[in-house]
Write a protein that binds this ligand. Structure first.
Ligand code: FE2
Ligand code: FE2
Length: 175
């Protein structure tokens, strides 16, 4: 972090999680997941053990699954109700289906397997593509549709907290 960034960060503390509106919350999730994919790449580059990589990919896939669930349960239906372009929402749902299939494959595989890292990498590329479409097209359309993003943000936060709680109380490696 540059000196300037550090000063700005002190003067303007990051918004509390509870204050984020729906789009801010989803974007923060996107950034957090992106960081985890980069962390995973560092483990691969550093030849870390299958156990370490498995731990990181389990965390990553868990966060991603929770994010997809809150979008599917709360955000996408709210967008449909607000008459946001249904083509965008249909496409997003199909992409979630493909991501969930990749997540399930990773969950069943062992990190010592030859194609494990490639699976995580492909999932990362897929997620990046999906995020670009959400942030570039879907979210602006949601803003234009006049959705109540503050109220939705609170609902997303509540559901996310409940799902993360379940995730954290489940053993990290179920295999
Ligand atoms: Fe999504
Ligand atoms: Fe998303």
């Amino acid at each position: 972090m540059s000196i300037l960034d550090q000063v700005v960060a002190r003067v303007m503390p990051a918004k509390e999680a509870e204050e984020l509106d729906a789009i801010e919350l989803l974007k923060k999730d996107h950034d957090d997941v992106d960081r985890l994919f980069k962390d995973y790449e560092e483990l691969v580059d550093g030849n870390f053990s299958p156990e370490d990589r498995r731990l990181m990919s389990t965390r990553l896939c868990g966060m991603l699954a929770v994010h997809a669930m809150i979008e599917e349960e709360i955000f996408y239906p709210a967008a449909r109700a607000a008459k946001v372009d249904s083509d965008l929402l249909d496409e997003a749902e199909i992409e979630h289906g493909s991501m969930k299939a990749l997540i399930a494959d990773i969950g069943e595989a062992g990190a010592e397997q030859r194609l494990y890292d490639a699976r995580v990498k492909v999932l990362g590329e897929y997620v990046r593509h999906h995020v670009k479409e959400e942030e570039g097209e879907l979210f602006p359309a949601c803003k234009d549709a006049g959705m109540n993003l503050d109220a939705l943000g609170k609902r997303l936060r509540k559901r996310k907290d409940a799902l993360m709680h379940i995730l954290q109380s489940t053993p990290a490696d179920l295999s």
